[in-house]
Write a protein that binds this ligand. Structure first.
Ligand SMILES: [Zn+2]
Length: 196
């Protein structure tokens, strides 16, 4: 493995770690001793439990609003249902179960979309790095690499693969930005090594 590849890997790892740390700090900042728990019976008020398992938050499946853990109380949940959704307050449990399944389907879809976007972003950095190493025009990403990769995928893997590839940002502007970002990071890594 070349030094450049190692530097890029460490850059991508750093990016991933940073985004994970931001996520963690937002979910587990303060641990309170008492957290309200979700109970299955809350579904009849139109609520599911989301977020941190130890400190779940009630989420209304009618309006998709999420409330704090402190609001996880039958009286508060019922008050929301009666005040905000009088049209469905007398609906059967089956109605809310169906709504819950719809909500879960949406969540799954969102998670899959987020994963595709993350992988596409990573791909964009990897390809930009190759373009920089090859010392060719940055337009090659949008003019040749992307369309050619789409052809290969369409013929060998099918339309689903082509759709995923469409998420990889490779315009000349993007490639320029990626390369600048990678170069800045490599420079910083070099300084760190020199000063170590
Ligand atoms: Zn609501």
């Amino acid at each position: 493995m070349s030094t450049k590849q190692t530097s890029l890997e460490s850059f991508l790892r750093k990016k991933k770690r940073l985004s994970e740390e931001t996520e963690m700090s937002s979910t587990s900042k303060k641990r309170v001793t008492f957290n309200r728990q979700y109970h299955e019976s809350y579904l009849k008020y139109g609520f599911v439990g989301t977020g941190d398992f130890h400190k779940p938050k009630p989420l209304c499946i009618v309006c998709s609003n999420q409330f704090s853990n402190e609001a996880m109380k039958p009286s508060k949940l019922l008050r929301h249902l009666n005040a905000k959704h009088p049209g469905v307050k007398d609906k059967s449990l089956e109605y809310f179960e169906r709504k819950k399944r719809e909500h879960e389907g949406q969540k799954k879809f969102m998670r899959a979309t987020t994963l595709i976007k993350e992988n596409a972003l990573r791909t964009s950095y990897l390809v930009a790095n190759r373009i920089a190493k090859a010392k060719i025009q940055f337009t090659i990403g949008e003019e040749l690499i992307l369309p050619a990769t789409k052809d290969i995928c369409r013929e060998l893997l099918g339309e689903a693969a082509v759709e995923k590839i469409a998420h990889v940002p490779l315009s000349a502007d993007t490639v320029t930005r990626r390369i600048e970002e990678i170069a800045e990071d490599i420079e910083a890594q070099l300084f760190e090594r020199i000063n170590a």
